[in-house]
Design a protein around this ligand. Structure first.
Ligand SMILES: *Cc1c(COP(=O)(O)O)cnc(C)c1O
Length: 388
């Protein structure tokens, strides 16, 4: 069976990757877990140093998953401003996020995520966020400039209110349907956020570690955030771990004599040594063979071009290891049954997909061979012929 969605976007190199499995086994015999208050350990220190070098963000905070990595970024951004003005917190109360955003399933992450079927039950408990449209685009989109201009105007208007932070998924929004924006748009956003003095939070939980064709989407887009959330591919998809990267400026905002300036947040398995060992082994693999993610898009492109000639396939797009399109089959919604039908059809052919409603996408591990990738596209093609 080909796992064409990397088991929900976590499996980076392939299942059972021997180098990562061996690193975890070695670490388990040495130190499997230790409290990360008052203690530190070599794998965490090494991982911290390497992630800092790679992201250009000097500091980091460990947690357990993507949602907690986002929660930590939001809490840090909020408290950083509070610490700045001596604890009154009167000034910058607004958070800005984008339409279609998904940042996780804990309360803060849900609140900055767009309101949807997933959040409906908790609506009254979610704090307010200003929302700007996400001008996502696809091959042959004639309206992209107009959409971007409108979004930037809306952002400027929102930023006129004192803003603590703006959060976004750089280059590709994941859960709302692999919705891609152009790098130039993100640079324009980052410039406006900076001019307004607000903090920029990049949620790279899905896009990090080569998914967009560069190690991090922010690098590909040419933006430098103040905070960055990482998880999913961090350990190569072997173990749950989250990291929030922060600039030195953010870190310094928590260094003070006032106890209330402390960042009171911690998890039992903070910086779990097994997760750190897996992450280090995964980084080794990425750095030894960067062409595996840098050149992946060129493998998708001809196959997607061919597939998208089908009259019921719309809005094809691809970036890095991610290819997506929409199927013209009634309502564009997560509940559109066509997704499940395509999933079942492909499963019978040994290809595991998990469409988001009428959005079908491939997000395979780097280990997938050309022949296996062709099998994925052939399975989709046969599903569409059979079902539409
Ligand atoms: C998956 C995802 C999350 C949440 O990560 P979990 O590990 O599932 O909690 C947050 N942000 C983005 C962009 C994601 O894709």
């Amino acid at each position: 069976m080909i796992d064409a969605i990397s088991s929900w976007w976590v499996t980076l190199h392939g299942h059972g990757e021997p180098a990562i499995a061996a690193a975890i086994a070695r670490q388990a015999q040495e130190l499997e877990q230790v409290i990360f208050a008052n203690f530190s350990h070599a794998p965490a220190e090494e991982l911290a140093t390497r992630l800092s070098q790679l992201t250009g963000l000097e500091r980091l905070f460990f947690s357990d998953n993507g949602s907690t990595a986002v929660e930590v970024a939001l809490k840090m951004a909020w408290q950083w401003w509070r610490n700045q003005d001596g604890g009154t917190g009167d000034e910058r109360r607004q958070l800005i996020a984008f339409g279609g955003a998904y940042h996780g399933d804990t309360f803060g992450a849900m609140a900055v995520g767009d309101r949807s079927l997933f959040t409906a039950a908790y609506e009254p408990l979610l704090f307010n966020v200003s929302r700007v449209a996400w001008p996502h685009t696809w091959w042959g989109d004639g309206e992209v400039e107009a959409k971007e201009e409108q979004a930037l105007r809306d952002l400027e208007q929102a930023l006129a209110t004192p803003t603590a932070a703006v959060i976004l998924e750089p280059l590709i929004q994941g859960a709302s349907g692999l919705r891609m924006v152009r790098a130039a748009f993100l640079r324009a956003v980052a410039a406006r956020v900076k001019a307004a003095g607000a903090l920029l939070i990049a949620d790279e939980v899905m896009t990090g570690f080569g998914r967009t064709g560069a190690l991090f989407a922010c690098q590909k887009a040419g933006i430098q955030p103040d905070l960055m959330a990482l998880s999913k591919g961090l350990t190569g998809g072997f173990l749950p771990m989250g990291v929030t990267m922060a600039s030195e400026r953010i870190y310094q905002g928590f260094i003070s004599d006032r106890p209330t300036d402390t960042f009171f947040h911690g998890h039992s398995f903070t910086a779990n040594p097994l997760g750190c060992a897996a992450a280090l082994a995964s980084l080794d693999l990425l750095q030894q063979q960067p062409e595996r993610f840098e050149q992946f898009e060129g493998r998708h492109r001809p196959l997607l071009e061919h597939l998208s000639q089908h009259p019921r396939i719309h809005h094809p797009r691809c970036m890095g290891t991610v290819a997506a399109f929409e199927v013209d089959a009634g309502e564009a919604s997560y509940l559109n049954p066509i997704g499940l039908q395509i999933q079942r059809h492909c499963l019978e052919q040994g290809v595991y997909l998990r469409p988001l409603g009428n959005v079908v996408y491939l997000l395979p591990p780097l280990s997938i061979s050309d022949q296996q990738l062709q099998r994925c596209y052939a399975a989709i093609s046969s599903a569409i012929t059979a079902l539409l």
